[in-house]
Ligand binder design. Structure first.
Ligand code: ATP
Ligand code: MG
Ligand code: ZN
Length: 500
């Protein structure tokens, strides 16, 4: 007897359908699995056999052959247990006349027959829905997350026994409800703690308002790290589709709490991180920090300490807002729409310019680390100088700044949602033409900056996006002289004076 059941495998941060066919026929007892790599076959067979026997089912003493298709998809991990078990049950006549064609199952089994959760539940459920499955069975721990993908019924069950009851219609179960986010937002440190630093605070606010990349340059103890850590507290919460993307990625990476994300991620990897740790990779491609920071912030503190390779690896993802990894015939795309925030000292000794003891060559070597094509992808470069002890007034509270940022973002959402975008930083050339129109006089000022070599072509578009955000913070549709001036002043080429 032949049976077939659908399950789903994670690839990148997406999920692909895998069909498990099981054939049970008379012959010497054996259990052959094709389509799974070496050791996982052995383990899956043992778990399925023990789980079925320990749950009071029959494990047929016949020739069992299971095939996992398609063959080209590397199937790693224990998430195929459940489909194998259901296939064996159906092919040995233990599921009566259950029509399995609309069901999908996904989960690991324990030897005693309990269902164990697997990573990537919401990605699995979304794919199941897209492929037309109306019912999905997962471990109860996965159910709330899987149910976030609306449009199909998700059932969370604890044991293979209950799963069979559900399939046979003997057990009545309500479909799982989507796991709402944790109600209390995390308490981020407050901008109120920062004395003085009006310019840096302004730069942080603009970056937050439009989702722009930001580089802070200044001597040790100036407050760069302190400022960056206060960014999450002024960012608006993610929109629903953004929250789903965040949840999906974090779930695949095993760092989700199984609920809908209510916060944007803030990732601050140590500077010893490898290039593949930063942008993703590995034999079985895993998302890197820039993908884990998707829809949030990637903070590179002490930028100059990161290896040159790591920084270079970020260039393409920063441009494309995604990472592409090629493995054999297939290419896997990881989303990477994160705000980059970086901080660095101006030179190795890190003292203020009047006390600096570094010679010119040392300084150059240090700054060359911040390879200029990389810095060209930064929208805002700002100098953070030391405030004297006890100097400077305490600033506004994060709540007040966050309200302004939220207003500016609301304008962007209204303007850009038709294009599927959320913030100004995401605008491509076509969006810029439509949404960041400059009066002729301003446009020629910008063109002059490019012609004179002060601004690269990429820089031109970045200035436009930034000017759009500065106008949005004023609630103004028209971009004026002041907006353009301020946007130009944040360009890296002009900030060379800071580095000098
Ligand atoms: N503007 C400020 N207002 C209040 N406290 C400040 C300010 N700047 C610095 N500090 C204090 O100094 C400490 C060090 O600041 P921070 O770590 O942010 O400096 P940094 O610029 O990141 O230095 P480094 O280059 O050494 O990393 C902060 O924890 C804070 O206590
Ligand atoms: Mg620091
Ligand atoms: Zn120095």
């Amino acid at each position: 007897m032949l049976a077939s059941i659908a399950t789903f495998a994670i690839e990148g941060v997406d999920s692909r359908k895998v069909t498990v066919e099981v054939d049970v026929r008379a012959g010497l007892p054996s259990f052959t699995v094709v389509g799974l790599p070496g050791t996982s076959v052995r383990e899956a067979r043992e778990r399925v056999r023990s789980a079925l026997l320990n749950s009071g089912f029959e494990f047929p003493l016949k020739r069992i052959t299971a095939n996992l298709a398609p063959a080209d998809l590397p199937k790693i991990g224990p998430s195929f247990d459940l489909a194998l078990a259901v296939g064996v049950l159906a092919a040995s006549g233990q599921l009566a006349d259950v029509d399995l064609s609309r069901w999908a199952v996904c989960g690991e089994l324990s030897l005693s027959g309990e269902l164990r959760p697997v990573p990537g539940a919401v990605a699995i459920a979304s794919s199941a829905r897209e492929r037309g499955y109306s019912r999905l069975i997962v471990a109860s721990e996965n159910a709330g997350e899987a149910a976030l993908a609306e449009g199909l019924s998700v059932y969370g069950v604890e044991t293979i026994e209950r799963l069979v009851g559900l399939l046979l219609g003997e057990l009545e179960l309500e479909p799982a409800l989507p796991a709402k986010p944790q109600p209390d937002r995390r308490a981020w440190p407050d901008l109120e703690d920062v004395r003085g630093q009006e310019d840096a605070r302004r730069a942080l606010e603009i970056a937050a308002a439009g989702g722009h990349n930001l580089l802070m340059i200044g001597p040790p103890g100036a407050g760069k790290t302190m400022l960056a850590r206060r960014l999450p507290g002024i960012l608006p919460p993610p929109a629903l589709d953004e929250a789903l993307e965040i949840t999906r990625i974090h779930s695949v990476a095993g760092i989700s709490d199984g609920r809908l994300a209510s916060e944007r991620p803030f990732r601050a990897p140590h500077h010893s991180i490898s290039a593949s740790g930063l942008v993703g990779g590995g034999a079985r491609p895993r998302p890197g920090e820039i993908t884990l920071a998707h829809r949030g912030v990637l903070f590179l503190d002490e930028l100059a300490e990161f290896s040159r390779l790591s920084i270079e690896a970020l260039r393409q993802p920063l441009e494309d807002r995604s990472v592409e990894i090629v493995r054999g015939q297939r290419s896997i795309r990881f989303p990477a729409a994160a705000m980059l925030v970086a901080a660095t000292n101006p030179c190795p000794c890190g003292r203020s310019s009047e006390h600096c003891e570094c010679d010119h060559a040392e300084k150059l070597r240090y700054q060359r680390r911040l390879a200029s094509p990389f810095v060209d992808r930064i929208d805002i470069v700002c100098a953070v100088d030391r405030t004297g002890r006890g100097q400077g007034r305490t600033g506004e509270r994060s709540e007040v700044v966050a309200a302004r940022v939220a207003r500016a973002r609301a304008l962007q959402e209204r303007r850009l949602s038709g294009d599927g975008l959320h913030c100004n930083a995401e605008m491509g050339p076509a969006h810029l033409r439509r949404h960041a129109h400059l009066e002729r006089r301003l446009a020629s000022r910008l063109a002059d900056a490019v012609a004179s070599g002060r601004l690269s072509e990429r820089g031109h578009d970045r200035v436009l996006r930034l000017a759009r955000t500065i106008a949005d913070l004023e609630g103004r549709e028209r971009i004026d002289d002041g907006d353009l001036d301020e946007a130009l002043a944040y360009r890296p080429s002009l900030a060379e004076t800071v580095l000098a």
